[in-house]
Ligand binder design. Structure first.
Ligand code: GLA
Length: 525
């Protein structure tokens, strides 16, 4: 165990040096629009992924469970559909050693937290970790970041986290906005792009100030106790979150909590309704069900690309309730990147309802002739004048897109084959080593070429080539002049959505180069 800890420490140090050298420059934001969240250019669409808390709570979380879930995310098709961020929640994964440094809990996570991150990155997924802003996490099983903000954020960066959820337990006497802003500064100082998820359950009304602090903030208390999906509570959360629609946008999202769709106790109609509501609210799509045992109907709901398309719309405008007809809610206001609009008719009642959706309800001119696409039946009709009539089963929804033409393009959703390039060379002679990262978009259109940001270390060059909707980033490492040791680079690239020209979330991945044993070489610094 000691040897592993020592190895982690060495790797940690080399990484910190490399990361500091490569720290992305701040102030280089040349993009217009409401991109905030400390301008980190991350989460410009709501984050998608999986988190363990809703299904499992704390105790069963360990490396084996998380890796099984990673594998299930890939094999079920969820990864292909855009789900990316995954990792332990409050999963007893680290402690603080006597010197004050965070160290992995190697009993539960034998590969260490860096090793788990590497596993996740190799699968083309991104690494989510969890901590707390107070003295301890909620169960007191893990240390919180209070008074260790800068060291702890450096540790998460060294473990190569891409997403950090920061809880609000054991924070007596701390100011919410000030505490989360300090952690934001500490994350910036750590130098790794990390999606920053605030979890004060609405305390301190983060929707009023957190757009310049984090990428998402919980708006309410927990959606359920672990393992117990609670439909009624989810509906209360929807009611509270809906009112806050004006606060959210690209890079800064209202977070009504992880999803309960697919958990035991919900009907198929409730799963569909839940998912449609999360899509309409532009809420983060963090699945919370057991991915290893999903019926096909759940997979089909969670991977509905047309529904995901409105969630991942680059304009990032949340929908809202524009009219009620008895218990039935008509949600609209979700203007989309191609000029179309997302519309949801939700029937939380116990009997079927026939509802007239009139164009003026949606802010549209009555005489307009418009096409309507049903995002669950995947059929388009039209042109319709004045409005349409829909029948909605109990607890069910009709999710629509309404447009001037019968084309309903899906925005880009990025899926990568890996986020880690590992290269190994012998230092005895100069070599050129190549490692590829292939990135594809599920969107209707091809993307312009990804633009790699300058500032790569001299030993690395990256070329981008396109093959239809896939692009390959070829990483070439030249070992000439390098000493024995570990080298690390973070490659970051930018793109724009081709229809709206909106900036897309930064794409980034790690490149590791190890140069082994030479008789003459020293060690890398
Ligand atoms: C809080 C959060 C939950 C989960 C638990 C872990 O309750 O809101 O999402 O992270 O803590 O203890």
């Amino acid at each position: 165990m000691h040897a592993t800890v020592a190895r982690e420490a060495t790797v940690f140090l080399s990484l910190m040096i490399a990361i500091l050298f490569l720290a992305p420059r701040s102030g280089a934001q040349d993009q217009p629009s409401a991109v905030e969240a400390g301008n980190n250019h991350l989460a410009l669409t709501p984050p998608m992924g999986w988190y363990p808390w809703n299904e499992f709570g704390q105790d069963p979380q360990n490396e084996k469970l998380i890796k099984e879930m990673v594998d299930a995310l890939v094999s079920s098709g969820l990864k292909e559909a855009g789900y990316t961020y995954i990792g332990p929640d409050e999963g007893i994964c680290f402690s603080r050693d006597r010197s004050g440094k965070l160290t992995s809990n190697l009993e539960r996570y034998p590969s260490g937290l860096r090793g788990l991150g590497d596993y996740i990155h190799r699968k083309g997924l991104k690494y989510a970790l969890y901590t707390d802003a107070g003295t301890h996490t909620c169960s007191d099983a893990m240390p919180g970041t209070k008074d260790h903000e800068y060291e702890d954020m450096a540790a998460f960066a060294a473990w190569r986290a891409d997403y950090l959820k920061v809880d609000w337990c054991n924070t007596q006497g701390q100011d919410v906005a000030r505490t989360y802003a300090t952690l934001r500064d500490a994350l910036h100082a750590a130098g790794r792009p990390i999606v920053y998820s605030l979890c004060s359950w609405g305390e301190g009304e983060p929707w009023k100030w957190a757009a310049s602090v984090g990428n998402l903030w919980r708006t309410t208390g927990d959606i359920c106790s672990p393992g117990k999906a609670d439909w009624d509570n989810a509906m209360k959360i929807v009611a509270a979150n809906e009112k806050l629609y004006e606060a959210a946008g690209p890079g800064h999202w209202n977070d009504p909590d992880m999803m309960i769709a697919g958990m035991d106790g919900l009907s198929e109609a409730q799963n569909r309704s839940f998912f449609s509501l999360w899509c309409m609210m532009a809420a983060p799509l963090m699945a919370g069900n057991d991915l290893r045992k999903m019926p096909l109907s759940t997979v089909q709901i969670l991977t509905n690309q047309e529904a995901i398309g409105i969630n991942q719309d680059p304009l990032g405008i949340p929908g809202r309730i524009v009219r009620r007809d008895g218990q039935v809610e008509i949600w609209a206001g979700k203007r989309l990147f191609d000029g179309s609009q997302g519309v949801l008719v939700f029937n939380p009642g116990a009997t079927s309802a026939q509802v007239q959706v009139a164009w003026p309800d949606l802010g549209l001119v009555e005489s307009e002739e418009l096409y309507v696409r049903n995002l669950w039946t995947h059929q388009s009709t039209g042109p319709h004048k004045a409005g349409i009539s829909v029948v909605v089963a109990p607890n069910d929804v009709v999710l629509l897109r309404i447009a001037k033409t019968n084309a309903f393009p899906v925005p880009p959703i990025i899926v990568a084959d890996t986020y880690l390039v590992s290269l190994r060379a012998s230092g005895s002679s100069a070599q050129k080593l190549k490692g590829m990262v292939t990135v594809k978009t599920n969107g209707s259109d091809e993307l312009p070429l990804w633009k790699v940001q300058p500032g790569l270390p001299p030993w690395l060059s990256v070329a981008v080539t396109r093959n239809g909707k896939s692009q390959t980033l070829t990483n070439t490492a030249s070992t000439a002049g390098l000493k024995q040791g570990l080298y690390h680079a973070l490659v970051r690239a930018d793109n724009v959505e081709p229809v709206s020209r909106r900036p897309m979330s930064a794409l980034y991945y790690d490149v590791d180069l190890e140069i082994v044993g030479t008789s003459s070489g020293g060690t890398a610094n």
